[in-house]
Design a protein. Structure first.
Length: 318
């Protein structure tokens, strides 16, 4: 039985790019339907993230003219991740599988064939992974690699060189909906869902029209969001730093006492230095302990599911 595919595309001020994207995706959808890889009722869902240009007007015209297109309009701009999630949570009511991608066509649409092959092999989640970063500047390549490594060190499970180009089954999207996150970083949340997953490599293209919606300032903000929304290790670092400084202050105390005992110390100097080190260490340690409790409250407030059932043999046997 053919599965119904919805391609969810967040859009913010994409009036220049949308006609190009729509044309390319229409041809791709027709190709997939003719090859009987997807259900004929499959669609492309554009999500207007509170655009200020004619993006929604274009989406409305596409919907009225071509049955492969549909759209969702958010009441105001809520950001790429929220728009993407809104589209996925809407599309899951109609689709068997959902592919998310950006409107700029930098994600190679021909990789969809690879996604569907992996899906036919039983994968619930398929990640689109860049095969190389040759087109990026050396600065961007270096910062991207460093960021992925930093996330891994922070305990975040993440797929290297993967953005938001992925396939998810209906089951996986419904499981993702159980995560009640407010500060979204889907690249880190989706791996938490579990289920059988795989990757498909593709070559990332240049944007054909319009401007990038992720300048350096937004990229830095997004990077910080990813770390703080998924890990409390920065708080624990403060705790360990407090332990270390307090431990060093004890060693310094012993050293200064020996110096004072043999008569080589400047009067009052040992007391001042030891006090500064000890008080500084205790303050950081105290902040770290408080931070540990705040971190636990922070994670509890997210209301993440305690578990996700992949298969229930009792239900399958009914």
């Amino acid at each position: 039985m053919l599965e119904k595919l919805y391609i969810v595309i967040p859009c913010y001020n994409e009036e220049e790019m949308l006609p190009i994207t729509a044309k390319a995706l229409l041809e791709k959808m027709q190709e997939l339907v003719s090859e009987e890889k997807i259900h004929p009722d499959s669609k492309v869902m554009f999500v207007d993230d509170g655009s200020k240009d004619k993006t929604w007007e274009i989406i409305t015209k596409l919907y009225g003219a071509i049955p492969y297109f549909t759209g969702v309009k958010l009441s105001r701009n809520k950001g790429h991740q929220n728009a993407l999630l809104a589209g996925m949570n809407t599309a899951v009511n109609y689709a068997d599988i959902i592919i998310s991608m950006d409107a700029d066509l930098q994600d190679d649409i021909n990789a969809i064939d690879g996604f569907l092959e992996k899906r036919a092999q039983g994968c619930e989640i398929v990640y689109g992974v860049r095969s190389s970063r040759d087109k990026d500047t050396q600065f961007k390549r270096g910062t991207a690699r460093g960021y992925y490594k930093l996330l891994s060190k922070m305990g975040v499970e993440i797929t290297y060189d993967h953005a938001d180009y992925r396939l998810m089954s209906k089951k996986a999207v419904l499981a993702l909906a159980e995560f009640k996150e407010v500060n979204l970083f889907l690249r880190g949340l989706v791996p938490m869902v579990g289920f059988k997953s795989d990757t498909v490599k593709y070559v990332r293209n240049e944007r054909q029209a319009g401007e990038s919606k992720y300048p350096l300032k937004k990229m830095i903000s997004f990077a910080i969001e990813g770390i703080t929304s998924l890990s409390i290790k920065p708080i624990r670092f403060i705790t360990f730093l407090g332990f270390f400084i307090f431990f060093v202050s004890i060693i310094m105390l012993i050293r200064f006492l020996i110096t004072w005992a043999i008569g080589n110390a400047v009067p009052g100097w040992s007391t001042i230095v030891i006090s500064i080190w000890a008080i500084g260490g205790l303050q950081l340690l105290s902040i770290g302990v408080i931070g540990e409790y705040i971190g636990k409250i922070y994670l509890e407030a997210k209301a993440r599911p305690k578990y996700i059932i992949e298969t229930n043999l009792e239900e399958e046997g009914e």
